[in-house]
Design a protein around this ligand. Sequence first.
Ligand SMILES: [Zn+2]
Ligand SMILES: [Zn+2]
Length: 404
Amino acid sequence: MAVIPPPARDVKISSSMPIETTAAVLRAFGRPLAIEPVTLRDPGPGEVLVRMVAAGVCHSDVGQADGEWEFPLPAVLGHEGAALIEALGPGVAGLEAGQAVVLSLAPGCGACAHCVTGRPIRCQRALRAMTNGELVTGASPLRGAGGPIAAYSLLACFAGHAVVAAQSAVPLPPGVPAEIAALIGCAVLTGFGAAVETLHVAAGTRGAVIGLGGVGMSALQAALVCGAEVAGFDPQSERRSRAEALGAGTAIDPDSEGVEDLIKKAPEEGFDWSIVTVGNAPAMRMGIDLTRPGGKIAIVGLMPENVPVPVDFLDLVTYEKVILGSAYGSVSPEVLIPRIVSLYLSGALPLGELVSARFKLDQINEAFAASREARGIRAVLDISSAGPSNLAITSDLPAYHPGP
Ligand SMILES: [Zn+2]
Ligand SMILES: [Zn+2]
C-alpha cells in the first residue's frame, strides 16, 4: 500500500515564490468550479507552504458551492486534506520540509480562552478569519487572474499547493495512505469526536446514527469501538449495506414505516443517544424523536442559514432530553488525530471503507455531483499529479465494493 513517505532529510525547497499552482475556483454560487492557474504568496510568520497530495470532498464544500452559506467569492474550497510540507515561514518550529501532515481547519489563534483550553474550533478570531476567507495568520494567500481569491475554512486545499497556518499542519506518522489521512482531516475527526468526545458513548448502550456519509460512517465506527450497539439511518441502500458490513446491528431507511414505529416506542425503548450528521430539519427532528427520555443527541450536520428546525419542547422538557452541538470533533485536532491514527493502524478503525470514489482535481465537478446525490460514502481527489512539479504519490487502496 503506497503511503505518504516519512520526513525526508534533503527535500529541495522551491525558491521561485510566489508559487504558481492550479486550483479549483468557485466564481459564483451554483456554478461549476473552474480549474485555473493561481499564485500563492510566500508563507509568512507562523505559516507553512504545503504540497497537496489528497483531499476529500465534504458535503460542506458542496453546500458552500451551492450557496447555502454566505462566503466571499471567488474562492478556493477544500478543507479535508493530506499534504507534504514544502517550506516554512519565519518562526515556525516543530515542523520540517518533507513532513507528511493532516490539514486541520481549527488552528485557533493559540491565545484566547478557547485555544488555551484545547478547544480551538471555538476560537472567535479563527472563525472571523474563516468567515472572511482569510487565514488566522493573515490575508488569503491566493491570487488569480482577476485579483485576490478567498481561502475556504482557513485551508483552501482543492489546489496543487496551499499556504496555511503552521497549527493547521498536524504531523502524520508513517503508514497512513494519503486518502485516509485526508479524510481524517474532517469526516473522521468530526464523526469520531461526536461519539467519543461529545457523547462519551459508553459500552453496552444503543445509539442511532442519522446519515451514513463520511461523517456518519466515522461516528458509527467510533461508537462500535466504544462497545455500543448502533443502528444506522440513510435513504441509500448501498450505504445501509456498508454500515451493516461494518458492524451496525441494523440499518434503516428513514422514509420507511419502521421509523414511525421506533418513534412511537421511543418513550419506553428509544435509543440512549443519537448522532445527526445530516443538515436538514427532518433528520434533526428524527434524531431527537428516536431518543429515549434522558438520552443525548449530538447535532453535527450543518443547516443552511436561516432555516428553522421545529423541536417539541414539551417533549424535550418532560423527557429531559439533551441536545448538544458538536463541531469538528470538539477537542483539539492535535489531540484527536494521533488517537484516530493509532486506532487506524491497529486495525480497530477500518477507515479505508470510507473511500468510495477517486477523482483527479480536474474532475472535481464529478466528485461534487457524487456528493450532491449522496452516491457512495466519500469521494477523494488525488491531487498529486496537479500543478507543475508535484510528487507522484498515489494510494493503491483496494477497490471499493458497494454492498450487495
Ligand atoms: Zn467537512
Ligand atoms: Zn483562539
